[in-house]
Design a protein around this ligand. Structure first.
Ligand SMILES: Cc1ncc(C[n+]2csc(CCOP(=O)(O)OP(=O)(O)O)c2C)c(N)n1
Length: 555
């Protein structure tokens, strides 16, 4: 059998059912083998960054490794944004790269790159398969390594000529995940800490972003009456209307919020690596010595205790930990009522968002609020990176059972490809992508992929004429000195139409609710161009406010 056909069998045996790619002459035999595969759907994209980001989004939605294939050299360099994001977001990803032929290796042949060096710092494993007899073992290892411990990206480099070798081989079955609940003595230590705590707090992250994980988290919070704060871009894993919801630990959240949560006398960090974003620059919990006992649950022994002194470090599956602790009976205490009430009062203030009247366009919150009010409850929300997402985080009704895709690692460009991947995985659901005028032109060409695949993403573009996030930082550090952040944009409604999508536009003074209703009702891909205010730079501040406080601080 041809090695490429054997490879496709191996990939399908590992559970792969969709591959995102841009073709290249370096892996023609693989493309040829995929043509005959009933198990793996090939989705052809317009840029390897888009293909890789679709695979990352697909992995976020399924919990299984995403799969992408790209050509050598330029294809591999283009896909690197997705490899980096998979590492940052702890997402399993397998990237196949066509390599130059074996006799050319090391000669500096056309588009030759040594991928062990190129991806060495960001991938969990980089393996070049020169002998097709090793394909079954290497593919099985790639999926196992990508999905276990701290999930992440794995690269398989496939010499072009190897893919056409003949061999007689069978795929290797996937390695079953070990059954990994918490050890009873560790659970006992957590219960002892919990019984003494008056102000316990759970910090929950992406390691719980599965149906079972969310359910177990909700059970745990309810069983013991513990407030739950969520890490950046994982607001979807817990009901934000719950009286136990303690907020979204995004970038530099307001100081009163941090001060409030810092009063916790026990932190249970579950399914998060406790990076600099949720910990507000390693200030809560404080690194390296937290001000309160810390329980840290992450399925990789290297992580708990690496930065923070940890009282109980558990390397079991986060969901299993929640389920086990929830099942230990009621460890709630009446003296926690005040703690819960102060958090609930604060969260009620944050939820009370009122759009501002702006001189230069719409407060993007007007659009986010109306979509939040009228979109179907099971809408999948995909957010690109940028300030526009601050309104989505603030006003979207997260009920704890919706799906969401966002880039924890902050890579712009995830939005449109992520929405295409979400539509392909859940064609029956409404998928809304929120994206800025900066991010949309990074990978917006994947709208062509959506049209080609019959996917129906709804893309909402906040056109504030600026790389707003950077402008905000600029106004804080160099008030009034705008440099390199202004944008000149196309008409995005026409841009969408040019791909075959429906184009809608809203500006201040328009009948916004009617346009949003038509946008949501359209049965096909659709673009909503929002003429947004740059002055209303985020859901929490205006440019003038930032500028003034920055000048005051400097004087
Ligand atoms: C690929 C990539 N390049 C650059 C950045 C740095 N960056 C972060 S946010 C941002 C601006 C986002 O602008 P836009 O998409 O218009 O959204 P806004 O912040 O204006 O809402 C930039 C350039 C990044 N995060 N990712």
């Amino acid at each position: 059998m041809r090695a490429a056909d054997h490879l496709v069998e191996c990939l399908a045996t590992q559970g792969a059912d969709r591959l995102f790619c841009v073709p290249g002459e370096s892996y023609l035999a693989l493309l040829d083998a995929l043509r005959d595969s009933d198990d793996i759907q090939t989705v052809v994209c317009r840029h390897e960054g888009g293909a890789g980001l679709m695979a990352v989004a697909d992995a976020k939605l399924t919990g299984r490794a995403g799969l992408a294939a790209v050509s050598r050299g330029p294809g591999a360099t283009n896909v690197s944004i997705a490899v980096h994001l998979a590492q940052q977001d702890a997402v399993p990803l397998v990237v196949l790269i066509g390599q130059v032929a074996r006799f050319e290796r090391g000669r500096g042949a056309f588009q030759e790159v040594d991928y062990t060096q190129m991806f060495g710092a960001i991938a969990k494993g980089v393996w070049e398969v020169s002998d097709p007899a090793q394909l079954a073992e290497t593919v099985a290892r790639a999926f196992h390594v990508a999905s276990s411990g701290t999930p992440g990206p794995v690269i398989l480099s496939l010499p072009e000529d190897m893919l056409s070798d003949e061999l007689d081989a069978a795929p290797l079955a996937p390695q079953p995940a070990p059954s990994d609940g918490p050890a009873p003595e560790d659970l006992d230590r957590v219960i002892q800490l919990l019984r003494r705590a008056e102000r316990p707090l759970i910090i929950a992250g992406g390691g719980l972003a599965s149906e079972q994980g969310r359910r177990a988290l909700a059970d745990l919070a309810r069983a013991h009456g513990i407030p739950v704060a969520l890490t950046f871009k994982h607001q979807e894993i817990f009901d934000n209307a719950s009286p136990l919801y303690a907020g979204h630990l995004g970038f530099k959240i307001p100081k009163p919020h941090v001060d409030l949560l810092s009063q916790a006398d026990l932190v249970l960090a579950i399914g998060t690596r406790l990076g600099d974003v949720p910990t507000q620059g390693y200030s809560f919990p404080r690194a390296p010595q937290p001000d309160q006992p810390l329980v840290h649950v992450w399925p990789d022994a290297e992580v708990p205790g690496r930065i923070f002194r940890t009282d109980v470090a558990l390397t079991c599956a986060p969901g299993r930990f929640c389920a086990a602790l929830a099942g230990t009976g009621n460890n709630d205490a009446p003296d926690r009522d005040g703690w819960r009430a102060s958090i609930a009062d604060y969260m009620a203030e944050v939820a009370d968002f009122r759009p501002r009247q702006m001189p230069d366009g719409l407060d993007f919150g007007v659009v986010a609020q109306e979509l939040a009010r009228t979109a179907p409850r099971d809408t999948i929300v995909v957010t690109d990176s940028g300030n526009f997402s601050s309104w989505v985080h603030r006003v979207w009704p997260w009920t704890g059972d919706q799906l969401a895709v966002g880039s924890v690692g902050g890579a712009m460009g995830l939005g449109v490809p992520g929405a295409v991947a979400a539509c392909l995985r859940h064609p029956e659901r409404c998928v809304i992508c929120f994206v800025g005028d900066g991010g949309v032109l990074m990978t917006g060409n994947e709208l062509a992929t959506a049209v080609a695949q019959g996917a129906k993403p709804r893309i909402v573009i906040s056109d504030n004429g600026t790389y707003g996030t950077i402008r905000l930082h600029q106004e804080r550090d160099h008030p009034g000195r705008v440099a390199g952040t202004d944008l000149v944009n196309p008409d995005f409604a026409d841009w969408g139409r040019s791909f075959g999508a429906a184009g809608f536009r809203v500006a201040d003074g328009d009948d916004i609710n009617a346009t949003i209703a038509a946008f949501l009702a359209h049965d096909g891909p659709a673009v909503l161009h929002v003429r947004a205010s740059a002055q209303a730079i985020s859901a929490f501040a205006t440019i003038d406010q930032i500028n003034a406080s920055s000048k005051a601080a400097k004087s």
